[in-house]
Design a protein around this ligand. Structure first.
Ligand SMILES: Nc1nc2c(ncn2[C@@H]2O[C@H](COP(=O)(O)OP(=O)(O)O)[C@@H](O)[C@H]2O)c(=O)[nH]1
Ligand SMILES: [Mg+2]
Length: 458
């Protein structure tokens, strides 16, 4: 889908939901324009595909912690299989559809649809695990179901990780999911009083989420606390999990304890049951509230992303590109200088040898050929150094590498790059975009928070 078509689709989809977001599409169009002119993204690419336009909640965690059971409960229908064996080893995107019964589509449907957060994920996976991305159907599936709880959001259920499945591909997808999500629920369960067995999974998840700039979107959920009834050791189990998490660096987090009433063991003691149920009801209500509020968080995320993209372009990508272009132009300048010197010497030698200037035609002919040869070699040199410089940058920053190739096309000058003013105008435009994004956030605040009490939350 070309960017233009995509803007239209997004506007149509968002206008029903929140007019402020429709305006934001215009900011994305401006950002794309700058990205295109700098060459950081191709003309058929758009920053709108770098974020998820759906409010997105991901459910990650250890194997058999009760993730699928939780999703079934939230949705109100049995959409996911549950069980103690590995029943599902795929990431499942669950979203609203028109069928009463769940319909399952292959991962390819997600990889190819720009509205979903897994658009082009196969390429991403291929980068870390060559060839693996082509087997995207093994990793991903899409399920649609008619449920009011799913309107305007998507849930992602994930496979239980174990040592075997912890391939780079899975980890890459997990990181991607955490980045794109508005809310991340990390499940582990109270059947294991010692967190030891879950070390690898938790370690990775906590490490991924800790470094995230928006740590508040991550909820840590200790599930199946009904199993602590027997030994009456809820506090001990909670304590040991919290210690395990803090050893991994998590100082304070959103930590909840719940269980699923339908899947729970039968309680032998009524006081125990009342106490655990009370804890669960309280924590579950808070989790559900966050899940229901995700639409609002998504609106902020989409607007904030414009500012982030603009900021990285201004403060990181443009300086890097500038540096790369300068080094390119120096190499081209000196190599072309040497070629020029050689050709001039050759011309003088010919002049001395054959007295070219006696014949006007001969003189201009040889001069023309020499100039032609010089230009040809000059453009070969430009090309050669453009390609080698871009290659050098490819692993560091693919966007900069792309921009190098773009900014070294034949019509771009190699002189005056250090004081050229394209970057001044572009930087000014980026500043304006960041300012617009901040204004949009204020307007969003006005919409949701009303200190005057005139208007309730939309
Ligand atoms: N006792 C108890 N069992 C649960 C609870 N939630 C799920 N289970 C059971 O734990 C097993 C694994 O659940 P599942 O949802 O498939 O876990 P997943 O691998 O994280 O998706 C199933 O047999 C569930 O019935 C709970 O709160 N308490
Ligand atoms: Mg499951």
């Amino acid at each position: 889908m070309m960017p233009k078509e995509r803007y239209g689709k997004l506007k149509e989809y968002l206008s029903l939901e929140n007019p402020i977001l429709t305006d934001v599409i215009t900011h994305y169009e401006q950002l794309d324009k700058l990205g295109h002119s700098m060459g950081f993204i191709g003309y058929d690419e758009t920053y709108t595909s770098h974020i998820s336009w759906w409010p997105m909640i991901s459910i990650l965690g250890t194997f058999s912690a009760g993730k699928s059971t939780f999703i079934n409960h939230y949705v109100g229908k049995k959409i996911q299989e549950s069980g103690n064996q590995a029943v599902d080893d795929k990431f499942t995107v669950v979203c609203y559809g028109n069928n009463e019964e769940a319909v399952t589509l292959p991962g390819l449907a997600l990889d190819a649809d720009p509205r979903f957060p897994f658009y082009n994920i196969s390429q991403e996976v291929n980068k870390v695990d060559p060839g693996e991305g082509n087997r995207v159907n093994l990793y991903l599936q899409l399920k649609t179901l008619k449920s009011d709880k799913l309107k305007g959001k998507i849930l992602i259920d994930s496979p239980g990780f174990d040592a075997d499945s912890q391939r780079d591909g899975i980890l890459r997808i997990t990181d991607h999911i955490v980045n794109m999500s508005d809310l991340v629920l990390i499940f582990f369960d109270a059947r294991h009083p010692e967190p030891g067995a879950m070390r690898d999974t938790l370690e990775h998840l906590v490490a991924t989420t800790l470094t995230h700039r928006d740590a508040n979107k991550v909820l840590y959920i200790l599930n199946q606390i009904d199993t602590t009834a027997k030994e009456d050791n809820l506090e001990d189990v909670i304590g040991s999990w919290q210690r395990a998490l803090s050893q991994k660096g998590l100082i304070s987090g959103n930590f909840y304890s719940i269980y699923n009433e339908n899947a729970a063991n039968i309680f032998e003691d009524a006081t125990q049951e009342a106490r655990l149920k009370n804890k669960k009801d309280n924590d579950l209500a808070q989790i559900t509230e966050r899940m229901d509020k995700v639409k609002i968080e998504r609106a902020y995320r989409i607007i904030k992303a414009v500012e982030d993209f603009a900021k990285t372009m201004k403060e990181v990508k443009i300086p890097l590109l500038q540096e790369a272009l300068l080094s390119w132009s120096k190499k081209v300048f000196w190599s072309s200088g040497i070629v020029l010197a050689l050709l001039v010497s050759l011309f003088i030698a010919l002049e001395i040898q054959f007295d070219l200037s006696t014949s006007f035609e001969l003189f201009t002919g040889v001069l023309g050929a020499t100039i032609f040869l010089f230009l040809m070699l000059h453009f070969k040199i430009r090309n050669f150094f453009a390609r080698t410089t871009a290659k050098k940058w490819e692993s560091k920053d693919p966007d900069v590498a792309k921009a190098i190739l773009h900014k070294t096309k034949w019509w771009h000058t190699i002189l005056g790059l250090d004081k050229s003013n394209w970057k001044l105008t572009i930087k000014k435009q980026l500043d304006e975009l960041m300012q617009q994004s901040r204004t949009a956030i204020q307007r969003l605040n006005d919409q949701f928070v009303s200190p005057s009490g005139h208007k309730e939350e939309a």
